[in-house]
Design a protein around this ligand. Sequence first.
Ligand code: TYM
Length: 331
Amino acid sequence: MKTIYSAIQPSGIMTLGNYIGAVDNWHRMQADANNKCIFALADLHTITVRQDPQKFHENAMSFYALLLALGIDPKKSIVYFQSHVQEHAYLSWLLNCYTMVGEMNRMTQFKDKSQKHADNVNMGLMDYPVLMAADILLYNTDEVPVGYDQLQHIEIARDIAERVNGIYGDIFTIPKGVLTKVGAKVMSLQDPLSKMSKSDPNPKSYISVLDDDATIMKKFKSAVTDSETEIRFDPENKPGVSNLLTILAVAQNKSIDEVVKDFDGLMYGHLKVRTGEAVCEMLKPMKEEYNRLIKDEAYLMKCAKEGAEQAHDIAIDTLNRFKKAIGFVTL
Ligand code: TYM
């Protein structure tokens, strides 16, 4: 059995990038009976950026419902809120003492976010990758399915785990980051050189998985392409067109080559419309399920409670093993 672990932050909205780069891949991995899957809402990570309490609460519930609506099944996988399992914060503290300040200073996302939130460069923002390492290491994780932007954080989790194992013997499983084959970096629709991000101030740059069809079509129609006319997959020279082809391939469950062939003799306008339509089609069943689930708070909370209990049972074992190795007196 392989243990698969991943998480998503319930901040703002869930984008098509989150879905294609991560959650869709979780769904596929969940279908493999050889995988034991654990998925978290990384709500402790979210407060590294200041949140409005009511909005934060609503987002967290909404993201939990979205995960279930997107096919993450609490009967097959453990699906829980990170803040419901206290071992995350505890292990994070322990791992802090095995992590160098210089390592955290070098993290690309920390550097980006410190610039973006210059008025609130709190310790949590810097310590974020250590909490993420704690998430992963608590569950003896073999593989971590993520989008491209999270690979550096998984590398640091491996480094920390190897350092601890080097001192105390085999405490942690060394995790490996895995990317989805197509769509590990979905790009902004307005600036195809940067990744699609929920924190982008321009809403036309991203698709929310809950956008209505008219909004999705409008956003795709205004997607930035280039001044040529040929439809081919060439991320370096044609990032906008290649991004649309990637999204369309995932939405139609085809290879990129197959999708490109369908556009022989057609124009960018056709590509934009077909991509928009395919995305609307792909998201439709999920939206219906989401609208049903979000009204059923009792069911969502029951799943969250069971998920947290299952997660805790695994996490406490790892934490205790590590504490014992360090030499803490146990009661
Ligand atoms: P977050 O919430 O920013 O994103 C969740 C997942 O979505 C992927 N992703 C993308 N993939 C492709 N294209 C994009 N444009 C795109 N945008 C986002 C991310 O790579 C990620 O896989 N720190 C993490 C959450 C986390 C975590 C963990 C992940 C906390 N603990 C432990 C794995 C293991 C984060 O903020 O992801």
